[in-house]
Write a protein that binds this ligand. Structure first.
Ligand code: PRX
Length: 657
């Protein structure tokens, strides 16, 4: 049980210059944001440059049969213009946009200004346009963490194409299903990616994926490592060659506030990943406001160069979309853009980069903090961290021990720590401390951001007030909310608005303490969170049953010291297959190849049978407890069709891969 009495006041140095410098300020603004919502959000829209002002601030309903979400209707704008052009037009083109830090220190680091981004994005947009990509077309982006990934997203936004970024760690088949689902006919990739000194064959993965996607017309390839690639004449295009013949100037397409900006696939408890759709106006307002206030980001400081922000996420996830590309760039931020990993060449890498670029706000995942904490304090102490002001975390619950290490060792007890709870579907921060105002508690995401109305419900949908534990729902819309699932609005409605009609259901459990602070307890559905990566148990199970030796599979999450959750797999083999260690390894490799390395099972247990109800439903609750090594907490097993399978599963539990 976390110690709720441990309360850390906001860091004085942050508070002294904060946009929101006290709880009284937070509370007054929060009240206004919900009680006078139209006025508040109309004012916030002023953060952006609009071609045509909007007519209505909000028009939404969470009611069954009428679920729709619209913000800033009638408004016309362009996301790329807001993130890039307007800074250049205002004479800020010389400001650094990206401090690129390559995988291997010193191997190609460079400084990229907003003018540079402006030029690159226009060229790339013209390369797309010259090949027939236009408004509403879907472009799949499968790139490593190089600046071209941001250019590609911005170039699509510029011409009104809908981009779908697929994390470059996903396998060819995961990539193929995401290309197919949104019917995309254009892919942007690189020859290879780099990771901890190794090379990842991205173009080869695309080639493999496209064997099943005949509709793809072009693959635009960034020359990154110079490694050898196979080439399909007529389909494949080198970016560096195509840009030579592309025009330098490309106008921004005027887009409606509710025109889709991107699709991003995310896992749910059932079926294949969903293509979550974010639109233009509300998303840009939400990401820029949350970036500025949650991190207390100051673009200029008394006329001098401003803060240096660093989010270590990959652009393949929502965190990279919202807190590398859109939020910070709309705010004209200077950012570290990092190709590397936390422990390469060694566990001091993050802090060397912090020292080198005088990073002020640093944003990472609990899994990285735990991995580094395990390496001890010395790699941290080696570098000067005096520039740091705000330390953020995202993606999974942070255990209080890791929170304290982050605060005390990394931040020298001097920085505010913001534990930000949000989701792919929320577009940006929902529950978070504001670093100059909110008293922080290790393990708590504390309070709702402006405009967010969280509620805690009992399993039967009754609202629980005051101190309570239950299911987390959001009672009203906010500008950054996902609008639909791509071409499947029914799935959107069923997933988020059916369990508790009139509310957005997050899929998370939470507790609200006596002070009104929220503590996320984790997913309440069959979604895993492995190293902050969201994954459906159903996806891993589908991958397993593709293997010829597997008759049936059940997957559960178990606690894991570094990853937060590990993947525990039960498999029933087909007649005649031998339950050997070699097969165990083969199944792990098989899942890795089918989905990607992040889905590699941690434990594989061969199960002669699975615990099922008499109607044939697998009882995961029991499998979870066995995986956790808590056989005394199995609960009622009397409803099982064959109670004997449980004893055998308990006896053969795995504590190694
Ligand atoms: O369970 C919550 C967990 O991550 C889920 C959302 O995953 P995804 O859509 O991939 O987005 C991750 C990055 C925003 C949530 O349903 N989660 C995210 N942030 C936190 C968290 N759990 C606890 N504390 C957090 N700060």
């Amino acid at each position: 049980m976390p110690d709720e009495r441990a309360v850390y006041p906001p860091a004085p140095a942050v508070q002294a210059r904060a946009f929101v410098p006290s709880m009284a300020d937070y509370e007054a603004t929060y009240r206004r944001s919900v009680e006078d919502s139209d006025a508040f959000w109309a004012e916030q829209a002023g953060r952006l440059d609009w071609v045509t002002p909007f007519e209505t601030v909000q028009d939404w309903s969470f009611e069954p049969g009428d679920v729709h979400i619209k913000w800033y209707e009638g408004g016309v704008l362009n996301a790329c213009y807001n993130a890039v052009d307007r800074h250049v037009e205002a004479g800020r083109g010389g400001r650094t946009a990206f401090l690129f830090e390559p995988d291997t220190p010193g191997d190609g680091d460079r400084t990229i200004t907003y003018s540079d981004v402006h030029a690159e994005v226009q060229r790339l947009a013209n390369v797309l346009r010259d090949r027939g990509v236009g408004r509403g077309d879907r472009v799949t982006i499968y790139l490593p963490m190089i600046p071209e990934a941001a250019y590609a997203m911005l170039a699509c936004a510029r011409i009104g194409a809908i981009f779908s970024v697929v994390f470059a760690g996903f396998s060819p088949s995961a990539l193929a299903s995401r290309i197919e689902d949104c019917d995309s006919d254009f892919v942007i990739t690189a020859d290879e990616g780099r990771r901890a000194g190794r090379r990842i064959a991205l173009k080869a993965n695309v080639d493999a994926a496209l064997r099943g996607c005949p509709g793809v017309r072009h693959v635009l390839v960034v020359r990154h490592t110079g490694g050898d690639v196979a080439w399909t004449e007529g389909r494949d295009v080198w970016l560096d060659e195509a840009r030579e013949t592309a025009a330098a100037a490309c106008p921004c397409e005027p887009m409606g506030a509710e025109d889709p900006l991107f699709v991003l696939y995310t896992s749910g408890s059932t079926g294949t990943p969903k293509g979550v759709v974010h639109t233009t106006g509300g998303y840009c307002v939400w990401t820029s406001l949350t970036h500025e206030l949650t991190f207390d980001y100051h673009a200029v400081e008394g006329g001098a160069a401003g803060d240096v922000f660093w989010c270590t996420a990959d652009v393949g996830w929502i965190t990279g979309h919202s807190y590398i590309v859109f939020g910070p760039m709309i705010n004209g931020a200077t950012q570290v853009f990092f190709e590397g990993t936390p422990t390469y060449p060694d566990a001091g890498r993050f802090w060397e980069v912090v020292e080198k670029h005088r990073v002020t706000q640093f944003y990472t995942a609990p899994t990285a903090i735990r991995a580094l904490m395990a390496k001890g304090d010395e790699p941290v102490m080696r570098s000067d961290r005096s520039s740091l002001k705000v330390l953020g975390t995202v993606g999974e619950p942070i255990n209080p021990e890791a929170w304290r290490w982050y605060h005390e060792v990394v931040g020298e007890g001097r920085c505010s720590v913001v534990d930000t709870w949000w989701q792919t579907e929320t577009g940006g921060h929902m529950l978070t401390p504001l670093p100059g105002a909110t008293p922080e508690k290790p393990g708590s995401a504390t309070r709702p951001f402006f405009g967010v109305v969280p509620e805690v419900l009992s399993p039967d949908g009754e609202r629980l007030d005051g101190e309570a534990e239950g299911l987390l729902v959001i009672a009203r819309s906010w500008p950054g909310q996902a609008r639909t699932v791509y071409r499947n609005h029914d799935r959107f409605v069923n997933t988020y608005f059916t369990a508790f009609p009139g509310r957005y259901f997050t899929g998370d459990g939470c507790r609200r303490d006596a002070d009104g602070d929220y503590w996320i307890t984790g997913r309440v559905d069959d979604v895993l969170n492995v190293s902050g990566h969201r994954m459906g148990t159903a996806e891993v199970e589908s991958a397993l049953v593709l293997h010829e030796a597997v008759a049936e599979a059940a997957v559960v999450g178990v606690p894991h010291d570094i990853k937060g959750q590990g993947i525990y797999v039960y498999v029933t083999l087909v007649e005649g297959a031998d339950a050997t260690d070699a097969l165990r390894d083969e199944l792990r490799r098989h899942v890795r190849a089918t989905i990607g390395p992040i889905a590699t099972p941690d434990f594989v247990q061969f199960a002669p049978g699975l615990p099922k109800t008499r109607s044939g439903k697998i009882m995961r609750r029991i499998l979870r407890k066995i995986g956790e090594n808590a056989p005394d907490q199995l609960g009622d097993t009397s409803t099982l069709a064959d109670p004997d399978v449980v004893a055998s599963l308990v006896q053969n539990r795995r504590n190694q891969p």
